[in-house]
Design a protein around this ligand. Structure first.
Ligand code: PMV
Length: 319
């Protein structure tokens, strides 16, 4: 039997601006994870069991654009696996779906890694990352690639998206730098419980940008400065300064119209309860917000978020 696991992720700085080539910072969230187990099967076919989504099916009975089927078909095609082996694939995940914690990318990373090691077709991290990016594109339009990158490398990542290759085929991995965390810090993640329509918010920001490119390029530059400073601040361990950068980033995201009354309510509740700073995280409109806290305040901020309407909170230490 072969097993593989991949963490969730959260974006700390730079969402949306990252779509326009500015840097963003994201970190793995290891308390939640996707897990895949593969074993040879005595029965014919490739049997997929994913009890969390109530799926028990043979591969060929799934539509070819099904997210799990597309990972398996593309993997077999690219690795020239033929004939198809008989397999039992068990998939489970503790990552909340559609909340900006990267559940889709984590399942894809764990699945492709389990397939590659079970079938002895070695893949480098870079290959896994590029593969999962192609899968993400099938299901999410034109994502920047930050989700698959931070989940593949399972380390804090400073990310600048790749640009289409000159041949027009595919896209480079982008600039991926992992960085050191000078002093561990604690983040409380608050979930509005509202599904995050990332495609919609990305589309709306594009409309704003198309209507006034000069203005929005300058807003994205301000976000870029924040991400750049945040990386330095994290590396140096100047945690107190990170809170202010979060507040500034949230204000720019509000200007981009991707916050919402629910997100703003959670952000102010966190600040009132003593967080050093707070912002929405990811596509916005719904999904998650994050608050930077001193470790001993994490419980208090988490309770304040629940009282302000958060459906769930998660406390994570970035180290
Ligand atoms: O909602 P999430 O966590 O999947 O993040 C979306 C981040 C955006 O920058 C808004 C879009 C992207 O593709 O990077």
């Amino acid at each position: 039997m072969t097993t593989s696991s991949a963490p969730g992720k959260i974006i700390l700085f730079g969402e949306h601006a990252v779509v326009y080539g500015r840097p963003a910072l994201a970190v793995p969230v290891t308390q939640v994870h996707a897990d895949v187990e593969i074993s040879d099967s005595p029965r014919a076919g490739i049997w997929i069991n994913a009890p969390d989504v109530n799926l028990h099916a043979e591969l060929n009975t799934l539509p070819s654009d099904h997210p799990l089927a597309s990972v398996i078909h593309n993997f077999f095609f690219l690795s020239r696996v033929s004939p198809f082996p008989n397999l039992e694939i068990n998939i489970s995940s503790t990552i909340p779906v559609a909340s900006g914690l990267g559940s889709g990318a984590a399942v894809s990373v764990a699945l492709v890694r389990a397939l590659s090691s079970h079938l002895d077709k070695q893949m480098t991290d870079k290959e896994v990352n590029m593969f999962v990016y192609e899968i993400e594109k099938l299901h999410h339009g034109m994502p920047s690639g930050i989700d698959n990158t931070v989940i593949t490398y399972a380390k804090p990542v400073y990310f600048v998206k790749g640009f289409p290759s000159p041949s027009g085929r595919g896209q480079g991995e982008g600039k991926v730098e992992t960085f050191k965390v000078g002093k561990p810090f604690t983040i409380v993640i608050g979930d509005t419980g509202i599904p995050a329509p990332t495609k919609e918010s990305v589309g709306d920001v594009r409309k704003l940008w198309e209507a006034d490119k000069a203005k929005w390029e300058s807003v994205f530059d301000q976000v870029a400065d924040i991400s750049f400073s945040a990386r330095r601040v994290i590396e140096e361990g100047w945690v107190e300064m990170l809170g202010q950068l979060m507040d500034e980033n949230h204000a720019l995201l509000q200007e981009m119209t991707v916050s919402s009354p629910e997100l703003d309510r959670l952000v102010s509740a966190a600040r009132k309860a003593g967080a050093l700073g707070a912002k929405l995280s990811g596509g916005g409109r719904g999904g998650n917000m994050i608050a930077l806290v001193e470790q001993e305040k994490a419980g208090e901020v988490s309770s304040a978020l629940i009282s302000a309407g958060a459906k769930r909170t998660l406390i994570t230490t970035v180290s």
